[in-house]
Design a protein around this ligand. Structure first.
Ligand code: ADP
Ligand code: MG
Length: 252
């Protein structure tokens, strides 16, 4: 069975892309067939996987707006992930999609044709709740919500949870919150522990046991175009994402 997971939170800088890349890479290490979809016009998941902007001929933009075939767009990364890259064109897609017929289901329809070939499809969402995120949530089976361990972590939660519910009611009945993952945890600060406690009170059944520590190796890896399990397999970041992948896989 294929599982399609959207990594979403409308806040920027909470660890969505880091989680999308490293979870995908950890799934590959566990012998899973994985597609990673970069749905953010910034293209950080694309470059973080070692695909350079200059080498991208077709991107998610062409799939959403030009009906390009998904297989013509997918690229294999060095780590064995099939990536659907994004370029800055995608920023225009938010606006161009508005006038289109079945604008919310474009990604879902394209994925329906190929998803059987994959164990996991991971979608890295942009920091907004516009049509790109709606396309991701409509195509997905479930959502992983990364929360940065900081004072305002829970602010904006109602917005993303409302959006998930709206998509569930109108576009994708089966959608559910797969789990909440705390990122950039700093064990030296009281604040991180307080945030963890508060999130646990709000989502007692949804919070992953694995907490992603703040680890400088995780922030260095993208500039080498590789996931943490290749850049520094012995780092705390690599161990954390491997453990998170195990948890996700155990909730089949
Ligand atoms: P988002 O996709 O939600 O905007 P990113 O994954 O791009 O967030 O993370 C924001 C920044 O924080 C990036 O520079 C990234 O390298 C860094 N970062 C993410 N997770 C960690 C972590 N656990 N430890 C240290 N730096 C991190
Ligand atoms: Mg991102």
């Amino acid at each position: 069975m294929t599982k399609i997971i959207a990594i979403a939170n409308q806040k920027g800088g909470v660890g969505k892309t880091t989680t999308a890349i490293n979870l995908s890479a950890a799934f590959v290490k566990a012998d899973k067939k994985v597609m990673l979809i970069d749905a953010d016009p910034q293209g950080n998941a694309t470059s973080g996987c070692g695909i350079e902007k200059g080498q991208i001929e077709k991107s998610l933009y062409d799939l959403l707006l030009r009906e390009e075939k998904i297989k013509e767009i997918l690229r294999k990364t060095k780590s064995g992930i099939d990536i659907l890259p994004a370029t800055i064109d995608l920023a225009g897609a938010e606006v161009e999609l508005v006038a289109m017929f079945s604008r919310e289901t474009k990604l879902k329809k394209a994925l329906d044709k190929v998803k059987a070939e994959y164990d996991y499809v991971v979608i890295d969402c942009p920091p907004s709740l516009g049509l790109l995120t709606i396309n991701a949530l409509t195509a997905a089976d479930s959502v992983i919500l990364p929360l940065q361990c900081e004072y305002y972590a829970l602010e904006g939660m109602t917005q993303i949870l409302n959006t998930i519910n709206l998509v569930k009611e109108n576009l994708n009945e089966k959608l559910f919150l797969e789990g909440v993952v705390l990122t950039m945890y700093d064990s030296r600060t009281k604040l991180s522990a307080q945030v963890a406690e508060e999130v646990n009170r709000h989502f007692p059944e949804k919070l992953y046991k694995t907490i992603i520590p703040r680890n400088v190796r995780l922030s260095e890896a993208p500039s080498y175009g590789c996931p943490i399990n290749e850049y520094d397999p012995s780092s705390r970041g690599a161990a954390a994402y491997a453990a998170l992948a195990d948890e996700v896989m155990s909730h089949a």
